[in-house]
Design a protein around this ligand. Sequence first.
Ligand SMILES: C[S@@+](CC[C@H](N)C(=O)[O-])C[C@H]1O[C@@H](n2cnc3c(N)ncnc32)[C@H](O)[C@@H]1O
Length: 289
Amino acid sequence: MTTPRWRPEGPRLNPAERAQLLWIFREEAGLEFPQDTEYVIERKLQDRLLQLNLKDFTEYIRLLRSPAGRPELDQALEEVTTHETYFFREDYQLRIFQQELLPQLKALAEGRRRLTLWSAGCSSGEEAYTLAMLLSDAGLFDGWTLRVVGSDLSRRCIAHARRGVYGRSSFRAVPRDYESRFFAEEAGRLSVLPAIRERCLFLHANLLDQERHITLGRFEAIFCRNVLIYLAEEARERVIQLLHDRLQPGGYLLLGHSESLLHTESPFEAIHLQGDVVYRRPPEGGRSR
Ligand SMILES: C[S@@+](CC[C@H](N)C(=O)[O-])C[C@H]1O[C@@H](n2cnc3c(N)ncnc32)[C@H](O)[C@@H]1O
């Protein structure tokens, strides 16, 4: 998250108000803030209070809790959430996905000739578009229907993802030839080509909202990277169960490099690949390894 300038003369957050705000963010989105970063909340929300002409955080909390405060609650969540992302993030994992997992997923979905991936917590869409490019390049799916769904809590990020136009900072890990093959330059920025965009669908959705996700059907693989690290334990467990339920049996869950289910009770089986651990919903008929 970007940290705005702290204003010592601005409204200050007392411990009771901080506890109430943390509770609201946890209830609403499952978010948890390590103790040493809680102070960042004060900085991030000071500007909101000033813009709304509120005298202190108690008034702000009252607004967030009122029915009329829903848009401001969305805004507050935008401010305190980390949206950092870029194309081809954690590329070693993407290579493993393309080389080792995609052929397996092809076998899994052969009968349907339809493959659907989900970037859960996709931020501004770079991860979902990266997956669509990898599918396009795999050379395995002639005549198949290929879809990538991206979802996020942030309406601002979803609007950005739908536009599909990016600045240089999103390109720090893009292989050179991908840039020329999958993007067009537009006034100094790069837009994703229609052939890739057409495969991607972006939705505003909270991962704590089970009902919202049932209509999405089931996926052959889900990328939920760099999202669980921001969630409280109870929310993490709910989200892991949701991800499991939304996978086809035999489908894979891929997490960020600092996230792991290895020491947690979970319905997944861990599959150790060369250089990475991925998680599989056991195929029908039970665990196979
Ligand atoms: C750090 S970004 C990760 C983006 C991408 N997955 C990546 O690894 O580059 C985390 C994203 O998770 C989203 N997020 C956090 N809590 C969420 C929730 N409860 N439901 C849906 N999205 C959530 C945030 O809005 C943010 O855009």
